[in-house]
Design a protein around this ligand. Structure first.
Ligand SMILES: O=P(O)(O)OC[C@H]1O[C@H](O)[C@H](O)[C@@H](O)[C@@H]1O
Length: 319
């Protein structure tokens, strides 16, 4: 006779479990990475070195949206050429006579090992469509060299949220010391495009920019559309509209939506610069990438002791 008491009652029976996002940690040392995958197939990979997003696949996992060089170092020996390196606390070569002046180009965040702080995703069926990964970098984790070059107590929490809608990457900066500090912040996103000659950018009309290729002075973009026909390295500042759109063949491909940061750099190294970068492969890879880098790089963000700042982006793949 069947023992009825061993049977799960209707009340305790597991309901058809909603599939939830999977999160794995793989690799060792500087090559450790965190991978998250939604039940619908979208995925993101984040290297702990630099908390660098090195892959973001949308559309059920079928479309890779980020460009990463075939020669990129993924072993912690050099900032990753591609993906989304985090630039902090200085953008570009540091100015002389500033607290960041002893730091390397783009600061130390992209070359430091971050901690994985964990994931949050609701087990709720309604929310199985997103997963948030948090990464931390604190002054106590820095190399002695970086600590000496920038002797402030800070905490960075970088949140990478993957959803069907897109990829959100937001940095929270806290001044955990007693001294005021100034910083710049930028998310150096290498977007993968099909063909740079058919790629255009909108959302920057009427915005002043520093043209680092031409003459390092300020110009204003008069045309509504920017076409990329050669090396481009422009720092657009104080952009009134939140969204910059990348189009392929005139059709929107990515929306890059700024969140509490006002500036955007548009960069493509083109043939000669790509040839000169040892970690840039294939050499004609510049035809498949466009960097659209949101941040706060015009002037400095100032943080009083105990204060915080948060800024970042949402990138939507529009295929
Ligand atoms: O070679 P990296 O240090 O990674 O910098 C790559 C590029 O970053 C930004 O886009 C700057 O505006 C460029 O001037 C610089 O060349």
């Amino acid at each position: 006779m069947a023992n009825r008491s061993n049977r799960p009652s209707a009340l305790n029976a597991p309901s058809a479990a909603a599939p939830s996002p999977e999160v794995d940690i793989s690799g060792t040392g500087a090559s450790s990475k965190v991978t998250a995958r939604l039940p619908s197939g979208e995925s993101v990979e984040v290297l702990l070195y630099g908390a660098t997003v090195i892959s973001w696949k949308s559309d059920g996992g079928k479309v890779e949206n980020l460009w990463v060089s075939d020669a990129a170092k993924l072993d912690g020996t050099k900032a990753v050429r591609g993906g989304i390196p985090v630039v902090f606390p200085v953008f570009g070569p540091p100015p002389k006579d500033h607290a960041t002046s002893a730091l390397p180009q783009h600061g130390f965040a992209r070359t430091s090992r971050w901690e994985f702080l964990g994931k949050s995703s609701s087990e709720d069926a309604l929310d199985a469509s997103s997963v948030k990964l948090d990464f931390g970098l604190y002054s106590s984790n820095l190399s002695d060299e970086a600590k000496k070059a920038w002797p402030y107590d800070f905490g960075l929490v970088y949140s990478v949220t993957l959803s069907k809608e897109g990829l959100q990457t937001v940095v929270n900066v806290r001044n955990e010391g007693t001294k005021v500090f100034e910083f710049q912040l930028l998310l150096h996103t290498y977007l993968r495009v099909k063909d740079i000659s058919k790629t255009t950018v909108t959302g920057l009309a009427g915005v002043p920019y520093v043209d680092k290729v031409l003459d390092a002075t300020t110009h204003t973009q008069s045309s509504p559309t920017l076409s990329i026909t050669g090396e481009v390295d422009r720092v657009y500042a104080s952009i009134p509209q939140d969204t910059t759109t990348v189009l392929e063949d005139g059709k929107p491909r990515f929306d890059v939506v700024r969140d509490n940061v006002d500036d955007t750099v548009v960069w493509n190294p083109w043939k000669e610069k790509a040839a000169a970068l040892s970690d840039f492969e294939p050499k004609d890879g510049f035809q498949q990438l466009l960097c659209v880098e949101v941040g706060s790089v015009q002037g400095w963000q100032k943080l009083e002791a105990g204060d915080g700042f948060e800024g970042g982006q949402l990138i939507k793949s529009l295929l």
